[in-house]
Design a protein around this ligand. Structure first.
Ligand SMILES: Cc1cc2nc3c(=O)[nH]c(=O)nc-3n(C[C@H](O)[C@H](O)[C@H](O)COP(=O)(O)O)c2cc1C
Length: 351
């Protein structure tokens, strides 16, 4: 058995557990990242932020990224295609206190790839290396890269590109071994992750379809990856992280579910403001309350409510003992200085 509570390092940055919370556009807000840390993720990553070049292309964004003092170690993910603009943006990322700058070479969404960014860079290897090298020259913090296997089905681009990215200055690589064409269909082929591990001398993180402790153990053992990354499995289900790291598979009570959701709502409203948060949060209601935790009509009722205050009131009425848990959790969450990164968060995610 591999101990997921073992620390490991990316350059000088120590990561306390071998579980990384995936960057997910439209999901990885600050409340998600903080919750991930509480449930055992050793490293969390922001949603992708756009370097200035894409901001000017009228991208729709979710506002600006806020960084709190209790999120570290934190990676902030950047996407774009111009090495100079990426290096400038990386300096801004460093100045708000990120521990790592992560570069997105995996986003399959056309709005991103047609600007030459995201997964497009898997096939534009000289440019991909120029981006990593420009960022590594610009900042002191380690540069990491998140890749898909390639653009087309069956592609092995990541295996050709990976070692070159390390030469260009990448301190760690995360591989989601699906093609961009595949989006999220089929399965992640972690035999490619094992190949990548054998080709590079830096830590590799395995991403894709890791939803249980058994799967995490199997992927770590068969690939030699340093850590696993969990994305969709943690949506509305931070308890999955605890199960993966500690083997604590107890199902949360209704009160625990309601309390985590209330805290999530409150923090997200603080981060995004009520207007943006109320729409943004709707998908989370289904994620939290599904899995047989609450009856379907209750979930549908929440979706029809206009304000997050009403949602909170309904949740606490359905599980009154949650109030005490929320109070305890709020007392535990440290306040403290926040910094805002003046780069827009993209809603067009993927990787
Ligand atoms: C809604 C959503 C948004 C995503 N956004 C990003 C992103 O902004 N950057 C990135 O590198 N990967 C992104 N991904 C990919 C995930 O980080 C992860 O690699 C992928 O979902 C596979 O892992 P999983 O099976 O654990 O979900 C996103 C995935 C989802 C489902």
């Amino acid at each position: 058995m591999i101990d997921l509570r073992e620390p490991w390092s990316i350059g000088p940055v120590e990561v306390p557990t071998r579980l990384v919370l995936a960057p997910m556009a439209g999901v990885s807000v600050q409340a998600f990242r903080r919750q991930g840390r509480r449930f055992g993720a050793g490293l969390v990553c922001s949603e992708m932020v756009s370097c200035a070049g894409i901001e000017h292309g009228n991208e729709r964004t979710l506002g600006y990224l806020r960084v709190a003092s209790d999120e570290h170690p934190l990676a902030i993910q950047l996407f774009g295609s111009d090495p100079r603009a990426m290096a400038d943006a990386a300096r801004m990322i460093e100045s708000v206190g990120a521990d790592l700058v992560d570069v997105n070479f995996g986003c399959p969404v056309k709005k991103v790839t047609r600007t030459g960014a995201g997964a497009h860079l898997l096939e534009d290897r000289d440019r991909a290396c120029a981006i990593v090298s420009a960022i590594a020259d610009a900042v002191e913090i380690p540069v990491t890269v998140k890749l898909r296997r390639g653009v087309r089905n069956g592609s092995r681009s990541a295996l050709e590109l990976g070692p070159r990215l390390v030469e260009a200055g990448a301190s760690s690589l995360t591989l989601h071994p699906r093609s961009a064409e595949q989006m999220y269909t089929g399965t992640a082929d972690h035999s490619l992750t094992a190949e990548l591990v054998s080709l590079v001398g830096v830590p590799v993180v395995a991403s894709g379809d890791i939803t249980s402790r058994a799967r995490a153990q199997a992927v770590l053992t068969t690939t030699g990856a340093e850590a696993v990354m969990v994305g969709r499995g943690a949506q509305g289900n931070p308890w999955a992280l605890r199960e993966i790291v500690d083997g604590d598979g107890h199902e949360p009570t209704r009160e625990e579910v309601a309390a985590e959701l209330v805290l999530f709502i409150r923090e997200t409203v603080r981060e995004l403001g009520e207007r943006r948060a109320s729409g943004f949060l709707k998908k989370f209601y289904g994620w939290y309350l599904g899995r047989g935790r609450f009856p379907k009509p209750f979930k549908q009722e929440l979706l029809r409510l206009d304000s997050t205050e009403e949602v909170e009131r309904r949740l606490l009425a359905a599980a009154p003992a949650a109030i005490e848990i929320v109070e305890r959790l709020e007392a535990e969450v440290p306040g403290g200085a926040e910094q805002t990164l003046e780069l827009p968060v993209s809603i067009y995610g993927g990787g």
